[in-house]
Every structure is written in C-alpha cells, then in structure tokens.
Design a protein around this ligand. Sequence first.
Ligand SMILES: *Cc1c(COP(=O)(O)O)cnc(C)c1O
Length: 420
Amino acid sequence: MLKKNLPFTKQQIESIIESNPTPFHIYDESGIRNNVRKLIQDFSWAPGFKEYFAVKAAPNPFLMKILKDEGCGADCSSLAELLLAEKCELSSEQIMFSSNDTPAIEFQKARALGAIINLDDFSHISYLEKHAGIPQLICLRYNPGPLRSGNAIIGNPEEAKYGFTREQVHQGYRLLAQKGASRFGLHTMVASNELNHQYFIDTAIMLFELAVEVYKNDGIRIEFVNLGGGIGIPYRPEQNPVDTAAVSSGIKEAYERIIVAAGLHPMKIFLECGRMITGPFGYLVSKVLHIKNTYKKYAGLDACMANLMRPAIYGAYHHITVLGKENEPCNTTYDVTGSLCENNDKFAIDRPLPEIEPGDIVVIHDAGAHGHAMGFNYNGKLRSAELLLRENGDVIQIRRAEKVEDHFATLDFDQLKYFS
Ligand SMILES: *Cc1c(COP(=O)(O)O)cnc(C)c1O
C-alpha cells in the first residue's frame, strides 16, 4: 500500500487552525505548479499545446491565476465561470467556452470576451448567429456515439446529452463556413476520472482521423483538436496516477502517423483537464466532534457533505488521515459522518482507521477538484473557507467562510412584519 503524503505537518495545521477554524479546504501551491508544469513539459513536442483548466473543478480565481501564470487557459461552462476568467484577466483564445443547453447571455458574454466557443449542438449554430453572431474561430464538440464506448463514469456516449453526431459535424463545419467562420477546432470529452492512459491515446486517434475526414470531405482544415479532460487521479492509496508522458508519446506517434501524413501539420493540441490539475492538491481539514457507538462506530466531523459531496453522491473513495496517528494501526472501523439530516452524509463507510477521539484533526485527501466547488446550503450548512499554502510556507485565505448572513442575503426579513 502506497502512502498518501501531506504537504503540511500536524503542528502546521494546528497553528493554521488558531486563526482559521475548521472545517476548511487548503490547497498546495507548489504541488499544483509542479504537476501542471510536468503536464505541459510532457506535451512540449506538440505544436501550440495548451491546457485549459476546467474551472468547474475549483472555481477560485487565486487558483486560476496560479494556473494562468503556468501558461494554462480556462475552460468555462457558465456565465459565472466566464466572469471568473475575466477577473483573472484571461481573454480571447485563453478561454474555451464548452457549454451545453446554453442560454443566449452566455454566448454573448463568451463572444464579448473573444473566447473560443465550443458548440454542443447543430441547432446552436443558428441560435448563436441570432443572439451573438458567428465568430471567425469556432469549435464543435463531437459525440462518437456507437463508435466509442465511454468509460464507467461518463457512461456510454450514445446516452450522453453532449455533442454533435459524426454527420452533424460535417454539416456543421460546412454551414459555419458559409456563415463566415474561417478557423475551426474539433473537441470531444468521452471520459471522466479515467486512469488508463491508452484511453486518451484512443481519443486522440479518433479526433485525428475525424480531422482528416473533415479535410477531405468538407475542405475544412482543423486548426486545433481539444481532447477534453477526464484524466483520473489515484483517490485510493493503491492506485497510480496516469502516466502523462506515455499519453503524450502515444499521441505523438498518432499525430505523425495521421496528421503529418495527411499534410495537416501543424495542428494544435489542447486539453481541458480539471480533476488532475487541482484534485490531489486540495485537502478538507476537519475536527472530530463526537464519537458515537451504536450498532456501528461513528466519527462525527465538523465538516459535512456540503463541503465535499463526492462520497455521498458517487460512493467515491476519499482517503482519510487522522493527524498525528499516521503510524498507528488502523484497527477500528468507523463510518465518518457529517451532520446533515441525510443518512448518506458520510465521508467513509466501514473505514479502518486508528482509534479516534473527539478533537482529533482529520484530513480528507484529494478534495481539490469538485470539492468546495460542489458545495451547497441544504440544512443551512455554510460553505467553508479556502486557504492556500504558498510555496514559501505562508498560508493565505483565498475565500472566506460563508456567514449565516450570506445564507440569508436573499431573504427580506423586514417584509415579515407586514406579512400575515
Ligand atoms: C468536466 C469537464 C472537463 C474536465 O473534466 P475533468 O474530469 O475534471 O478533467 C472538461 N471539459 C468539459 C466539457 C467538462 O464538462
């Protein structure tokens, strides 16, 4: 069993807690930077390679700015995410807008920022034209349907609501060219949390072959392919990270065999990963409030599913470290719970852990993607603060915790007086 390491000591966390009460999320800046640098380095052979960070994974502008500094763009899918990109002074081709069922106002904002718009459906061509106009540069999202089996998490592409069919891709480019578009991208997203590196090579081969087909059939030259995100992370100690160097070399071989051979070099390669960029570098830190012994043993935390809902909604595994007890035997089995009035509010079920006492500090690993981001306010639970462990060891707050006033901000209690 591999050891899950932490970028901080128990003493450091105790001193952070003095000024930042638990629960909170804390991100490791040097982990994020080193990881994304390696990814970009692995693809240094690829012309115009760019990683567009999928903002939905960790929509915090401080993290986005770190990633911008490392050369990443932003992959946005909503108005709020576009506004975050704007606040980080990302613009034009540093932003991909990959949305679906898109409202007009979002297309308008994306156009105003000059973002690369990635259309999800054939009918969006005329909708975009009507509401925001057709840009010079446009991208289409391809759904391979029966030609590709999806991975376990994203499911079968034929059942997925996203993207154009193959025939619609051809028609779409031709129609867009008629309407004045002159630069074209091709996108797909067929996996989520996939750990098999071959999957991403197969996706690249599929898009490269389609780009050649579009060139031959429609006379459209694809300027970039965006392979989507979906690179998984080792949530479990016995899992290994995806070998991105192997992904890159497999894609390079396919690029030479398919794209160079067809005379389509140079064609840019983009990724839009979220999970693998911030996921392993975010930690949910919480204190044990209560130990309960009934038919099972429960360790009740001051965090709940509102701080991290992946275990509850997907049954996802998140590793848990009890600080200061890393070397004690895991000889007690707990359900680790939050306080929501929902029995699925559990971070772990039947998890062997060292003996826990109230007051122990618990760290939940791999919470840096779709962790704080998926927070919600059911039961009036408030979203926690987000902290950043800087490269020099300083800790700064990059989002304060919600207060009950934030939660009630949409209610006008004064009107209660007049209401009977
Ligand atoms: C969620 C999403 C991503 C990022 O997926 P990860 O699994 O976090 O890498 C990229 N592109 C689109 C269109 C998405 O919906």
